[in-house]
Design a protein around this ligand. Sequence first.
Ligand code: CUA
Length: 334
Amino acid sequence: MFDKMFNGDLPLQGTDISVRWDFLYYFLVWMSVFFTALVIGGMIWFAIKYKNRPGIKTKYITHDNRLEVIFTVIPTALLMGIFYWGYSVYHDMTTAPANALEIRVVGKQWLWQFIYPNGKVTAADLFVPVNTPVKLIMTSDDVLHSFFVPNFRVKQDVVPGMYTSVWFEAKLLGRHQIFCTEYCGTSHSGMLGKVYVLDPQQWQDWLKGKKLPPIPMAGQELATATANPEPMAEPIDLAQQGKHVFESRGCVACHSTDGSTSKPGPTLKGLIQNEIELADGSRVKADDNYIRESLERPQAKIVRGYTGIVMPTFKGQVNETEMAALITYIKSLN
Ligand code: CUA
């Protein structure tokens, strides 16, 4: 009974966050049940007890300070408590640990593409190691999509032209369903995929391109296992690909990568995740979205001490894979 009450019909709990969400969810459900019973029950009870009877006139009551204080203080304290509870889970759900493994995601009509730091690319299926924080940095090639893994209780819109992210630390081995949860056209409902949560040995094997054993759906027997996608040809490290983009697109002419300031543009060494001072004196944190914006609209946020007039826009000239490689390369300079 208790088990049903607190983990009834929700999907598997594949992360610690999912356990915390479910506890909050069931607390809200059962609190609502309790107060509904209290209010409706009280209403029925009073309707019967104080039914109109001939000859009896109800006392005229204007107020009751003690009751009014109780009606105000208890719900306020309860709501503040729920707010704090919800906020703390939300905060931990949205703040990825700094050491998280970064995997890039491109949503397109109608599949998910995953780009790994070692340069591997997979479609529809995401491969991650168990018990390891994984941060997905996501964007879209066309329209709005939304990335959702019910077992992990994480969901995030995937938006063309900018980066959004989710993170999770998977606890349950096996395959987990991925859905797109933003209507994105004809085959929206077919925009599916699986997260393969691998043990450390399988993860190393997969990285090296070895064939994995069949992997069952999480929480189920091997009977549900299907053949795995074929390992692909030897990938080229994503940062290495980014270095190539950096050199072939001419970035190298104006930006140093070793911290020296002799070139016309600011150096890219140590840029990511640092606060930079802009020409107008304000400060921004250099993250994925800042780099993307600086490539597409170079004049938007100019670093203090530079004019920015030399930098051309690269909007529409680098595709999402090149952009992912370039940003990974810039991150690797830290
Ligand atoms: Cu992509 Cu719905």
